[in-house]
Design a protein around this ligand. Structure first.
Ligand SMILES: Nc1ncnc2c1ncn2[C@@H]1O[C@H](COP(=O)(O)OP(=O)(O)OP(=O)(O)O)[C@@H](O)[C@H]1O
Length: 264
């Protein structure tokens, strides 16, 4: 069953953002921004550079306090959560940051194990076993376990970041430009992996991307950030018919047309 089929079958929202206001000083990044992401959905998030995609991600995961509005995760209002509730949400959530954010002095195994060390009291041997499983799950060979991030290619680093994001068996993952910097073949392989994980594990995915191929290949819906809010959220095929100038340029410009063609 595809994520889209699951999403319509089980309409429980995992992320709900209502009337979000985000500011840095006087500078308003989001105003009256609404967004809902359903369980099992892969949502692509697009928008011009500086429209606030990463700030939105940070506001949802609690790295940035909103100046107004409401963020609900798994039905709970983030602002009203106790510390224990926020920690429980953190355990159900994985994040792959834009630069991978791996610890450079730790091996692949230690990087992937770090959320398990931080959030569980499992014995060392179990943590090791679980981390090894995640490394295998993202398609890395056992030889990679003892390498440090500097010894890995960009694509391998992304996979390690994904393995770490999946360490606690999250229900929801946030990916900030996961295929940026990968060659087209590496990017397509990474897309397949995310789609497969979503289908197999029922993961909900919030994915910021500039990669049109990813949008066509794996996203159930795409949210477009412009004018400080989400101006559209729909399957790509529907967005192609939008009248919004940025969306038109994005999907119907030469790169958009090429991605459409190769997905067809
Ligand atoms: N800590 C901060 N202090 C001040 N301004 C910030 C901070 N973080 C982000 N901004 C500003 O918020 C705006 C949105 O930034 P953000 O990184 O979310 O954009 P983006 O849509 O993810 O862009 P890109 O596609 O280029 O990664 C930018 O203008 C940025 O300068």
């Amino acid at each position: 069953m595809t994520g889209a089929a699951r999403a319509t079958e089980d309409r429980e929202p995992v992320i709900q953002v209502r009337g979000l206001l985000s500011q840095f000083g006087e500078r308003v990044i989001h105003q009256d921004l609404d967004l809902e992401v359903m369980r099992g959905q892969i949502l692509g998030v697009v928008g011009g550079s500086g429209t606030g995609k990463t700030v939105l991600l940070n506001s949802i995961i609690g790295l940035k306090e909103p100046e107004g509005g409401e963020v609900r995760l798994f039905g709970r209002d983030r602002a009203a959560m106790t510390k224990a509730e926020a920690e429980a949400v953190e355990r159900r959530t994985g994040v792959l940051f834009q630069q991978g954010a791996l610890f450079s002095s730790l091996t692949v195994l230690e990087n992937v194990a770090s959320p398990l060390v931080e959030h569980t009291r499992l014995p060392k041997a179990t943590i090791r076993e679980l981390a090894e499983m995640k490394v295998a799950m993202v398609g890395l060979k056992p030889e990679a376990l003892y390498l440090k991030p500097a010894e890995l290619s960009g694509g391998m680093r992304k996979r390690v970041g994904l393995a770490r994001a999946l360490a606690l068996d999250p229900e929801l993952v946030f990916l900030d430009e996961p295929t940026a910097g990968l060659d087209p073949i590496g990017a397509a392989a990474f897309d397949d992996l995310i789609r497969q994980l979503s289908d197999d594990l029922g993961l909900t995915v919030f994915m910021i991307t500039h990669d049109l191929d990813s949008l066509y290949a794996i996203c159930d819906e795409v949210a477009v950030l412009a004018d400080k809010r989400v101006v559209a959220k729909a399957p790509v095929a529907e967005l192609e018919r939008s009248d919004h100038p940025w969306i038109k340029e994005y999907f119907l410009g030469p790169r958009g047309r090429a991605a459409h063609k190769s997905a067809a």
